[in-house]
Design a binder for this molecule. Structure first.
Ligand SMILES: *Cc1c(COP(=O)(O)O)cnc(C)c1O
Length: 353
């Protein structure tokens, strides 16, 4: 793979600096381009520096673009591991199909990522709760205002050392159940990790934050009756021994952390029901004490306990606002596997030296 060196490296955040989420970016990025004539080509690792675009570039107008999020970890012996990148490439190609973006060869993206990670290994933090967040994306780059699929695209991968996704770390989050706006609907793009889904969600997220909540909990768009997911996490409930998560009905993002947690819960003897879950059922279970735990799952948020939610103006507390036993165990198991402290029986870690 072609590597274009940069003259000067950026200063890295000093050890112990709170990294937050997506605030620091490394020295290099991976890029490749697509044109109709050449397909995907010109794959290279180059300095991560501002790039100039014509303002009529179609992604700025119609949001034809997709992205991904995964994490890399550095172990004490220097080994770098990436958690299930094959699943992210597969989902990214599914998202691309939905957005009329040409599929890319996953092997080429993986080779680009590995070249980038080897070059940037010193940026991978190793303190607990930190990781190197990997942000691949594809954007439509043709200069045109006609509403059509672009004929040119840019694929890129950025790297960002991160700490906890939420400012309060593993403290249980507070969710506001969104009863008016929708993030996605059946036949829409909720299943794809595309730019527009987030654009549609920002207003609710800002309102929730202003009211003191960490994120929104989305309901189905048609009836506002069934739980779908939280802003950037899939959600799980523990009802008197039954672990349940909303079934992937087409408007919910199929999370890789969700799939991994389903497997880990099954391994530990807790088969999970994937079913339709009404918000009424959740609120009633919280009232009666039948809802013992609630948590979100996502690459950025890992396994994140939910300590409270507001629905129809009423506040409900989950497990006294404390992290639940199963949530804590799942967090420890997942991060233990990712960091090499626990055996990786399912072969989820892609290791590179
Ligand atoms: C990315 C994302 C998730 C989590 O998916 P993971 O693969 O677990 O990171 C959940 N919901 C939405 C809307 C997302 O964009």
């Amino acid at each position: 793979m072609k590597i274009i060196e940069r003259r000067e490296l950026k200063p890295k955040p000093a050890a112990g600096t709170p990294l937050g989420f997506g605030k620091y970016f490394t020295d290099y990025m991976f890029t490749m381009r697509y044109t109709r004539e050449k397909g995907w080509h010109d794959a290279r690792v180059e300095p991560n520096e501002p790039v100039a675009f014509d303002l009529a570039t179609c992604v700025f107008h119609y949001a034809q673009g997709v992205f991904e999020g995964m994490k890399a970890f550095r172990r004490a012996d220097g080994t770098i591991s990436v958690f299930r990148p094959d699943r992210n490439w597969e989902r990214m190609n599914n998202s691309a199909d939905r957005m009329c973006i040409p599929r890319f060869p996953a092997e080429l993206a993986e080779e680009g990522l590995e070249t980038l990670l080897r070059l940037e290994r010193d940026w991978i933090p190793s303190e607990p709760e930190t990781a190197l967040y990997i942000r691949p994306a594809i954007v439509a780059t043709r200069v045109m205002l006609g509403v059509h699929a672009s004929t040119e695209y840019l694929f890129f991968i950025l790297l960002s050392p991160v700490g906890s996704y939420y400012a309060r770390g593993l403290q249980p989050t507070k969710l506001l159940v969104e009863e008016f706006y929708s993030r996605s609907s059946l036949g829409g793009t909720g299943e794809a990790k595309c730019l527009g889904n987030y654009a549609a969600s920002i207003k609710s997220g800002e309102i929730a934050e202003e009211m003191g909540f960490d994120q929104v909990l989305w309901l189905d768009s048609a009836e506002k009756k069934y739980v779908e997911e939280a802003g950037s996490m899939n959600v799980f409930f523990v009802f008197r021994g039954e672990v349940a998560t909303p079934a992937l009905v087409g408007s919910i993002l199929p999370g890789i952390t969700r799939a991994s947690c389903l497997q880990l819960l099954a391994d530990a003897g807790y088969p999970v029901s994937e079913r339709r879950i009404t918000m009424e059922e959740v609120a009633q279970a919280a009232e009666s004490g039948a809802l013992s735990e609630m948590f979100g799952t996502g690459t950025a948020a890992v396994v994140s306990p939910v300590g409270a939610f507001r629905y129809r103006g009423k506040d409900h507390v989950v497990n006294g606002g404390k992290i639940g036993e199963l949530t804590a165990r799942l967090y420890a198991t997942l991060t233990g596997i990712q960091r090499g402290a626990l055996p990786d029986v399912h072969g989820w870690n892609k290791l590179l030296r």
